[in-house]
Design a protein around this ligand. Structure first.
Ligand SMILES: [Ca+2]
Length: 270
């Protein structure tokens, strides 16, 4: 398995448009919140991050992709090796790989200390940087309150942001965060890059759907240069939405607003 593949906990390899936007960096944090263990992408993906989900990953998806969903599938034997998911997790074998059993666990899924960094996606919204860093901050109650007030309503997954920093000359030149909003036929995942001036550099979109991704290009461009306070529906009403549907534009706007509030809630300037 290549290093790049293991480093990316995303279903998207290239481009602004993915046939199936799936794993989201926060998912591994939901697992850790539930079981107290950091994990590798292999727990839920057949060949590491970015690959198809294994039976355990699919079962978790079917159970709702929430923290409680892990508990809901504990009694299942997702990979069909005769051992329940709960037993496998307890013993360090992979509940999504029938070749892995408590007697012969093989490669372990547990204890990945480093945070996976999706280099290929980050370059889309940050431009050229020397290096990339990542952090998985725990929001304080106060920060959570600020975020909720700013966005209106947040989902469970929004409480587990992963922040990526683009470094130039040893200093942070950009920060980026993924943000996800559910729409009727799937999900909008955006990656929003912000400069140190508090303005959006670029927004990349990853989602599943039958419509063409290019219909969102102009609308996404409209976010560039805007600050957190310029993202209200009123501020965005003149942005060209092309043939994109109203609900889609609304979801996209909400995702970007959530990303910007996440970053600024964590790094509020005094
Ligand atoms: Ca099993």
């Amino acid at each position: 398995m290549s290093a790049t593949r293991t480093a990316i906990c995303l279903a998207i390899a290239v481009g602004l448009w993915a046939p199936a936007a799936q794993a989201y960096p926060a998912y591994r944090r939901l697992f850790k919140a539930n079981y107290g263990q950091a994990i590798r992408c292999d727990l839920c993906h057949s060949g590491g991050g970015g690959t198809e989900r294994n039976p355990y990953g699919k079962a978790w998806q079917a159970a709702g992709e929430r923290r409680v969903s892990f508990n809901k599938i504990e009694a299942f034997d997702s990979d069909g090796d005769g051992i329940t998911n709960a037993e496998e997790l307890k013993n360090g074998s992979n509940p999504g790989d029938k070749r892995s059993t408590p007697q012969r666990p093989g490669n372990t899924w547990a204890q990945q200390d480093f945070i996976p960094i999706p280099n290929d996606q980050l370059v889309l919204v940050m431009g050229a940087v020397d290096t990339l860093e990542a952090s998985e901050p725990d929001l304080t109650p106060k920060q959570l309150e600020t975020l909720t007030a700013g966005v209106g309503r947040i989902d469970e997954i929004d409480k587990y942001p992963t922040l990526y920093f683009g470094m130039v000359g040893g200093k942070r030149s950009a920060v980026a965060v993924f943000s996800e909003v559910e729409v009727r036929d799937g999900q909008f995942s955006t990656l929003v890059g912000m400069g140190t001036d508090g303005r959006i550099k670029k927004v990349a979109l990853f989602r599943s759907g039958n419509d063409s991704g290019s219909i969102y290009t102009e609308f996404l461009k409209c976010f560039e240069g805007k600050t957190k306070s310029q993202l209200s529906e009123e501020n965005l009403k003149d942005c060209p939405s092309g043939s994109a549907s109203g609900p889609a534009i609304h979801a996209l706007s909400l995702a970007v607003r959530k990303a910007m509030w996440t970053i600024t809630s964590l790094y509020a300037k005094k």
